[in-house]
Write a protein that binds this ligand. Sequence first.
Ligand SMILES: Nc1ncnc2c1ncn2[C@@H]1O[C@H](COP(=O)(O)OP(=O)(O)OP(=O)(O)O)[C@@H](O)[C@H]1O
Ligand SMILES: [Mg+2]
Length: 314
Amino acid sequence: MNARGEPLLVVDHLVKKYPVGAKSRLPWPTRATPSSFLHAVDDVSLAIARGESVGLVGESGCGKSTLARLIARLIDPTSGVVRFGGQDIGAAPAATFARHVLRGSLQIVFQDPTDSLNPRYTAVDTIGEPLRLLGSMTGGAALDARVGELADWVGLPRELLTRFPHQLSGGQKARVGIARAIALQPKLLILDEPTAALDVSVQALILNLLADLRERLGMSYLFVSHDLNVVRLLCHRVIVMYLGKVIEAGPSEAIFRVRAADCRASRRARSIRRRRSAASRAAAIRRMIAAGASTRSCGQWIRRTKPRVTWRRA
Ligand SMILES: Nc1ncnc2c1ncn2[C@@H]1O[C@H](COP(=O)(O)OP(=O)(O)OP(=O)(O)O)[C@@H](O)[C@H]1O
Ligand SMILES: [Mg+2]
């Protein structure tokens, strides 16, 4: 909460629509005359307190990354409010927010470390960039010392600092991206599936690192992920999105307890249905035999009415 008792981040009725198709005489869609809109983020409201870690989950394409980018002010909302640290930052155009006074306090780590790093920058250039642009450091020994310190925090060996992205492993690139994001000690770190592009063993190391950094720097996290176990471990609260809307939100343990109970209940119901159907088939066969049906016609009936095995989504 800030001085006015407001959470660190407040998102109010946020909407992002993308034009799709067109009522145009041209045979291809044009930007000028969209015929309909895709509601990537549809009237989303949420709040994140200082030091709180919030997980954002939902199926692919439900709008998680769009919401993360809207909050990080990388794209402009169609409508709605984003308040950060008590200030309305949704009004500033995304193009100018890069130089905003709050840019350093609100950082994002992207899903693919390779895509998010400038291939022409060495690790030291990448990590030092926010310090040069938004901090007061222009270069020299102080900047080098700070970059070295950040490399130590994220477990990146200092001898790798002079390497370009193509000379680093996926895990090392992820560490460079995280070091750049925490360079100005942000209050809110948005993590858009930060480990999705990494090997499982490296994922665990990076997740541990993120948990340590949150403790050390007291940051708030908005953690976008498909991995519910990770969200359960790292996050105090979970927000579930579906088709651009928030459909469920609450403390991690409560949400996962309810989900687990739902799964158990539906498994129990399926098994009862299966047992009932087996019992009623056995009774029907007994009735057919009592009525004098031949073994052959009973066999045909059994084959014809055999329940089909269908694959269910887990
Ligand atoms: N720049 C864009 N122009 C048009 N449509 C877009 C744009 N960016 C995203 N979308 C659409 O918005 C919807 C939400 O996309 P988004 O990337 O936010 O999904 P997501 O939940 O992050 O999915 P995933 O889990 O696969 O990363 C998708 O249908 C996508 O096609
Ligand atoms: Mg995404």
